[in-house]
Design a protein around this ligand. Structure first.
Ligand code: NAD
Ligand code: 89Y
Length: 338
């Protein structure tokens, strides 16, 4: 399968490394408006076809899928262009700036009859997958409560300066992953209540969010995120879990330690592997990039919809929108309102 990648920035380097290691895939073209970044990635990954304008790249063709690794503002036009060019599409999170744009993108890919997957990779982290396996196989009985927690003081702004500039920050950038993990464990939510706070005076958006979700299946979860939390050891970029079931409690604690207390007790180190091109502490995220991209390829080959398809991601995005609405209006928001 031949692919093209648009957006040769900070995070795309991980995606390019991962594509290089996936059997049967070759990235044959690159696009970035920034000539310097484009040239650097082309040289690093030995890719000869380069474009500063995506329309020209699609017109030239010669590939089956496109990996959109740009920031959210360009996703709508690029996904539309890709669907019109008849490409399978993988697009970075946050998928869209609002639900309306996201629905337009999902419809465009459906009309083209092509796979559209959102690069919603956190649920694919191997420690999260290990915990999911225990819960989904009935290892804790019926889960009734979950805490999905990401708290850190890591400086994400040096690598991603745009994160300091938007009026929205942690829910849209990071909480979106944590909300998606909550959905992976407990299914869709019918109601959310959220509070937000900005602690860091140097940024525009909120860097703390605490969310309470009522899931359709009857479970309750707390999704809490912070980039204003000092910790020793620093846990970036770990999502910590505590899930109570009728027969046991599962915890994924700092340092990737998985324990089950109660029925079939378990203590296990579920640390992610350090891939040859990866570096700590990002290795947890980097491994999930490889896993989700492999999932995309497998889904196309086998004709299955991806777990984190564009259509599925509408539900995660709806939670993001509902969380901001809840915080702004200081009330519980039913997802059916959106
Ligand atoms: P970045 O700003 O470093 O890179 C984006 C690149 O896209 C830039 O080089 C820019 O010139 C290029 N670009 C923008 N619009 C373009 C267009 N229309 N045509 C061609 N090139 C264009 O951003 P980043 O930090 O790499 O983040 C990219 C996306 O990845 C964001 O949406 C971010 O949220 C996401 N991200 C995801 C994860 C994850 O774990 N899934 C982690 C970090 C970042
Ligand atoms: O952009 C974010 C993401 O998706 O994972 C971590 C991150 O890089 C900073 O919050």
């Amino acid at each position: 399968m031949k692919g093209a990648l648009i957006g040769c920035g900070f995070f795309a380097q991980n995606q390019l490394h991962a594509w290089r290691d996936i059997d049967g895939v070759e990235i044959v073209a690159l696009c970035d408006q920034d000539a310097g970044r484009l040239a650097q990635s082309a040289a690093d990954f030995d890719i000869s076809r380069t474009y500063q304008n995506a329309a020209y790249m699609f017109a030239a063709g010669g590939f089956d899928f496109v990996d959109i690794a740009t920031t959210v503002g360009s996703h709508l036009p690029l996904v539309r262009m890709a669907a019109e060019a008849g490409m399978h599409i993988i697009c970075q999170k946050p998928f869209a700036e609002n639900l309306e744009d996201a629905r337009v993108m999902v419809a465009a890919a459906e009309d083209a009859g092509k796979v559209l997957m959102v690069h919603e990779n956190f649920r694919w982290q191997s420690p999260i997958q290990a915990a999911l396996e225990v819960v989904k196989s009935g290892g804790i009985g019926d889960p009734f409560f979950g805490r999905f927690s990401f708290r850190s003081g890591y400086d994400v702004f040096s690598g991603q300066p745009y994160l300091a500039e938007g009026t929205r920050f942690i829910i849209e950038d990071l909480g979106i992953h944590t909300l998606d993990i909550a959905r992976a464990f407990f299914g869709d939510a019918s109601q959310i209540t959220a509070t937000t706070k900005r602690v860091n005076p140097a940024i525009k958006g909120e860097d703390v969010a605490t969310m309470l979700l009522a899931h359709e299946g009857g479970a309750t979860s707390v999704v809490d995120c912070s980039y204003a939390t000092r910790r020793t050891p620093e846990t970036f970029p770990q999502t910590l879990l505590e899930i109570d079931g009728t027969e046991a409690t599962l915890r994924l604690d700092a340092g990737y330690q998985l324990t089950v207390t109660g029925k079939a007790p378990l203590t296990k180190d579920v640390s992610p592997p350090l891939l040859p091109w990866a570096e700590k502490p990002w290795h947890n995220i980097q491994e999930s990039v490889q896993t989700i991209q492999q999932h995309f390829v497998d889904c196309i080959a086998q004709g299955h919809p991806p777990q984190t398809s564009g259509a599925d991601n509408l539900k995660t995005l709806a939670l993001v929108e509902a969380a901001y609405l809840s915080a702004a209006e200081q009330r519980a928001v039913r997802l059916s309102e959106l």
